[in-house]
Ligand binder design. Structure first.
Ligand SMILES: Nc1ncnc2c1ncn2[C@@H]1O[C@H](COP(=O)(O)OP(=O)(O)OP(=O)(O)O)[C@@H](O)[C@H]1O
Ligand SMILES: [Mg+2]
Length: 378
């Protein structure tokens, strides 16, 4: 998938020239020819990198840079200042405004290419802090009620036995995760999302965590319908995930069913996605379309697992091969029917992997957890 670069320059020739050079390197290019347009584009496109000319009428590059850094939606996009100004003072001002690198005009295509590559690599490394092997795992249902929450809970519980793990639920007002683990109407997530985004910190997030007897930590939404009326900012939700990453090695995210603007934004923070589906043509077709959309949102297809959940014993299921054909991707795992066990475990407020560790499904959940772990650092 091509990384996207936003080039900002008031000089159209310069825009074309750099654009062409980078396009040849395989990058996808978006352009803006003034500061205001740059801010709008950066917000809308969420590029992987911005190359910013300094001297522009109206709003100069320093100001654009400061505003990009001030806006939570754009603050982590790397910026290379690109300019004919070559004084040391200018460079210092550029770095103070928040630039990641500085490049002087005219530049050799090879130098431009190597700087771009270096900044992109650094920013990717920053998103995964050094030595940090944290993994944020998303769980998404192709449809409602396929067993996504049960899957997320059990993978999280399987992981907790080895490593600190947090499970979180972004579905305000539909907090069945909370109820299935015996936490009633816990509302940590709503408490955070009703605050101004600049009040979100690792500590404020940590303060809202609940603790399950298994050692699993939880950031929960409640099932109170009132919560679902809250207007959730995708940026605030993304910030919460970033803080959770600093609080635990593993973070499991219940994304509920289907795609939304919120889910698409969260995918930028998520390292691995499990798509839960049931073995019928409707769900499989929906899953296929979700997968396409997810890949369009620049999420790597190889970081998606598909899990088939068989909630009912039935001879009327679509054959495996046909299921994979509809999906256009191989199925990673299958979860067997365990209606009684699922019921009893939920009544006891326990994950199945702890409630009945030797059961077939508990084994399947644990094996899936191990498989997902293989994506760490990948
Ligand atoms: N392998 C299974 N076999 C039988 N029943 C299951 C299995 N997994 C989950 N269930 C049951 O299916 C029901 C739905 O499960 P769950 O709440 O996990 O689904 P969901 O996809 O998260 O639903 P929602 O769309 O409401 O979020 C629950 O009653 C759960 O106990
Ligand atoms: Mg659910």
């Amino acid at each position: 998938m091509a990384e996207q670069i936003l080039i900002v320059d008031d000089d159209v020739d310069s825009l074309k020239l750099i654009g062409l050079m980078l396009q040849r390197q395989g990058y996808e290019i978006v352009t803006a020819n003034n500061g205001q347009q740059a801010l709008v584009r950066a917000n809308a496109e969420q590029p992987d990198l911005i190359i910013l000319d300094l001297m522009m009428p109206d709003m100069d590059g320093y100001e654009v840079c400061r505003r990009l850094r001030h806006d939570p939606a754009t603050q982590s996009i790397p910026i290379i200042m690109f300019t004919a100004k070559i004084q040391v003072d200018d460079k210092v001002a550029g770095f103070e405004a928040g630039a990641d690198d500085y490049l002087t005009k005219p530049t050799h295509p090879a130098e431009l290419a190597s700087r771009v590559k270096a900044v992109l690599a650094r920013s990717a490394a920053q998103r995964r802090p050094e030595g940090d092997q944290s993994l944020i795992m998303g769980f998404l249902g192709a449809k409602g009620g396929v067993g996504t929450t049960t899957l997320a809970i059990n993978v999280a519980a399987a992981l907790t036995s080895n490593e600190p793990t947090i499970i979180t639920d972004f579905r305000l007002g539909q907090g069945t995760l909370s109820l299935s683990l015996g936490f009633g109407r816990a509302a940590g997530m709503a408490n955070l999302l009703t605050r101004p985004i600049n009040e979100l910190s690792a500590r404020s997030v940590e303060n809202e965590l609940a603790m399950h007897s298994s050692g699993l930590k939880l950031l929960l939404s409640s099932a109170r319908p009132k919560e679902s009326m809250l207007n959730v900012s995708p940026e605030a939700a993304a910030a919460i995930l970033q803080h959770l990453r600093t609080l635990s090695r593993n973070v499991v995210v219940d994304l509920g069913m289907g795609l939304s603007r919120l889910t698409i934004r969260l995918l930028q923070e998520i390292d691995h996605l499990t798509l839960a589906v049931e073995p019928n043509r409707v769900a499989l077709t929906v899953a296929h379309d979700i997968l396409e959309e997810v890949v369009q949102a620049k999420f790597d297809r190889d970081r998606v697992n598909i899990v088939l959940i068989n909630r009912a014993q039935s001879s009327l299921q679509i054959p495996w091969q046909e299921a994979e054909h509809i999906l256009g991707k191989e199925i990673t795992a299958i979860i067997s029917p365990a209606p009684e066990l699922a019921f009893q475990a939920a009544e006891a407020g326990q994950p199945i992997v702890l409630f009945q560790p030797t059961s077939i499904v508990a084994n399947q959940f644990s094996k899936l957890a191990e498989e997902i772990m293989e994506h760490r650092g990948a």
